[in-house]
Design a protein around this ligand. Structure first.
Ligand SMILES: N[C@@H](Cc1c[nH]cn1)C(=O)NCC(=O)O
Length: 427
């Protein structure tokens, strides 16, 4: 690949990445607005949590349709749709004054958000040499998380100084700016501005999805994605702050600091993970199983600690849990090397459901266990958090055993030499 082609590839990917980063920004923009939202919509804590559940539900439910849309219409067109829908959703959220209207607006933001990630991974596959795909996929996931970091401080400031409506309208205004950049720069492949797949009648859709799912590599990718990001998602989206403050006795500043460490850990380790996957493709499932074991061990130490765990131990937990995000990206690599290009986006959609289904289940189960273990009328207790966070082990047991099962199946159908060839061949 010559230098000018590499520059173009990075530019196209960069614009796609910015759209994904904006989606993560919008997705996280409620995290710092909880108290203001409670006042504005006059809602309880569990109604507030419904925003997060709805967001995860919409995201997971959209993944298969989005994959099919990308295979049919190409990343460029779907990203245009994503920007329009996200912007409309944020404008509606800015203007919402009632809880049902707020929920509907948030669902719209979730739909737009759900459209972005698969498009960018598809662009990576079309624009980069195969040996570079693991690294640029990892960089997509990793750098996209900056959206969460970027949203925290400006949104806190904007909500306080500009008020709800203006703060969310300003956030929404980023959409049209990116739309212009997208229309000017983004092409689906080096040779085609708009890539169009075959029109798919329902029967063909069913056949294509069945064929993707029948690949042991797709199911291995799904369970890898299922097992790895839920712990960091659930900490970052809803329960991390109350767990650290009420469950572990930290100050609010220490709790927010640890949540930032989770994101920074993912961002620091992501590129190294991308390199590792490219260099040792045969060991992808071993890497994932190791990270799952490390996350479970870190949680076991914290939850078994008599009383509150020391800050250093919680810091180690935040670092280890953060690695789950980059580890989940390995699942997409399995999807890519197990499916033909015309089924790539739909296989990615199937795989991307895994982590979000697990996160949704955990968000709900943690809430239910907290309610069950907390005496009526009192705040959530440390003991209740211990019970609630223990439910993660069930998800790891399920996910880890399925990864083991499908790794054995996949290794029966694909040899080490074949895996190395699919990843190492140049463009
Ligand atoms: N697990 C994330 C990606 C990631 C990478 N590093 C940290 N997180 C994922 O699957 N993302 C999909 C999305 O839409 O965000």
């Amino acid at each position: 690949m010559d230098e000018s082609r590499l520059r173009t590839s990075v530019l196209v990917w960069g614009v796609g990445l910015l759209v994904y980063l904006l989606a993560v920004f919008h997705r996280s923009s409620l995290a710092v607005a909880g108290l203001v939202a409670s006042d504005r919509f006059d809602i309880s804590a569990s109604q507030l949590a419904t925003f997060t559940m709805l967001q995860l539900l919409v995201y997971a439910g959209m993944q298969v349709p989005v994959g099919l849309l990308v295979d049919r219409w190409g990343s460029r067109s779907v990203l245009v749709g994503a920007l329009l829908v996200m912007t409309a959703g944020q404008v509606a959220f800015a203007l919402a004054t009632t809880y049902p209207f707020g929920l509907a607006a948030r669902a719209l933001v979730g739909v737009g958000d759900a459209l972005t990630f698969i498009c960018v991974l598809r662009l990576v596959s079309s624009w980069f040499p195969r040996r570079r795909i693991p690294l640029f996929s990892q960089l997509t996931g990793t750098l996209g998380q900056l959206g969460a970091v970027i949203s925290a401080v400006p949104m806190t400031w904007a909500l306080r100084d500009l008020g709800w409506t203006t703060a969310y309208l300003v956030a929404a205004a980023l959409g049209p700016v990116l739309l212009v950049a997208l229309l000017l720069v983004l092409r689906d492949t080096p040779t085609r501005k708009n890539l169009r797949g075959e029109p798919m009648p329902l029967a063909a859709v069913r056949r294509s999805l069945t064929a993707s799912w029948a690949e042991p590599g797709t199911r291995l990718g799904f369970w890898m994605h299922f097992s790895t990001p839920f712990s960091s998602n659930v900490l970052g989206l809803l329960w991390g702050y109350p767990f650290f403050v009420r469950g572990e006795g930290l100050s609010p500043a220490e709790a927010s600091g640890l949540l930032t460490v989770v994101v920074v850990s993912a961002m620091t380790i992501g590129p190294a993970f991308g390199w590792l996957v490219g260099a040792h493709p045969w060991h992808r499932s071993t890497m994932v199983l190791t990270i799952v074991a490390a996350m479970a061990a870190a949680w076991a130490v914290v939850l078994a600690w008599p009383g509150e765990a020391p800050f250093g131990v919680l810091l180690a937990l935040a670092v280890v849990v953060g690695i789950g995000g980059p580890a989940s990206m390995v699942g997409f690599d399995l999807g890519r090397t197990s499916n033909p290009p015309e089924r790539l986006a739909s296989a990615t959609g199937l795989i991307n459901q895994g982590g979000f289904i697990a996160s949704l289940v955990l968000v709900v189960v943690v809430g239910l266990v907290l309610d069950w273990r907390t005496p009526a009328g009192s705040d959530y207790t440390a003991d209740a958090f211990r019970w609630a966070m223990c439910t993660q082990f069930l998800l790891w047991a399920l996910g880890g055993s399925q990864v083991w099962r499908f790794r054995r199946l996949a290794r029966r159908t694909t040899t080490r030499a074949q895996v190395n060839a699919t990843l190492r061949a140049g463009m």
